[in-house]
Design a protein around this ligand. Structure first.
Ligand SMILES: [Zn+2]
Length: 188
């Protein structure tokens, strides 16, 4: 994971704010965990309509919790040919800010490998965080900042019921950051 390069003047303040917000409020009950578990069992059973229903329920619950308009979802069998070019790093989903539609797909484009549940849920959380950027934080764009990745990870670990990991970052040229996995895995 590498962050986007800092944006130019006009959007710089919002970019920095996105970078700075490293966490999210979380529901204090187990509702997201329960829904995530139903996504997992539907995936295991290979029942696409159930995967869709559970994803829609997940986005309805998260949208309600964060008091934003409900984001809709489409679950696709395979990656569509046309995806947002500037978000090419996203292999398993995308988000359209105009329609507030999240798309996630269950197979990769080239090798048609099945997406693992962890990757699928992480993608759903990632795309929902793009929705939050526009609808909750009011950003004019949704950048992949350190804050963005951390907010997505907080939501993912909460929904998955796994302990959140502190992310460590290493600078790369061009004002970008990548996750320092050895340090992140060591936790220091
Ligand atoms: Zn993204």
């Amino acid at each position: 994971m590498v962050t986007d390069a800092p944006s130019r003047k006009a959007n710089r303040a919002a970019f920095l704010e996105s970078d700075r917000i490293r966490t999210l409020d979380l529901p204090q009950d187990g509702r997201l965990l329960t829904i995530a578990q139903s996504i997992e069992s539907a995936m295991k059973a290979g029942k696409s309509p159930d995967v869709y229903r559970a994803c829609a329920e997940f986005l309805a619950a998260t949208s309600a919790f964060y008091r934003v308009p409900t984001s809709t979802v489409r679950v696709l069998a395979a990656r569509p040919l046309r995806v947002r070019e500037n978000w090419a790093t996203e292999l398993f989903g995308d988000y359209n800010p105009e329609t507030m539609l999240v798309r996630v797909w269950m197979r990769t484009a080239v090798r048609k490998q099945v997406t693992s549940f962890g990757t699928f849920l992480s993608t759903l959380c990632h795309e929902f965080c793009h929705h939050l950027d526009y609808q909750r934080f009011g950003f004019c764009d949704s950048w992949h900042t350190r804050g963005f990745y951390e907010r997505s990870a907080v939501l993912y670990h909460h929904a998955r019921g796994t302990p959140p990991k502190r992310l460590f970052w290493a600078a790369v040229p061009g004002g970008r950051w990548r996750i320092d996995w050895p340090r992140t895995n060591r936790g220091k």
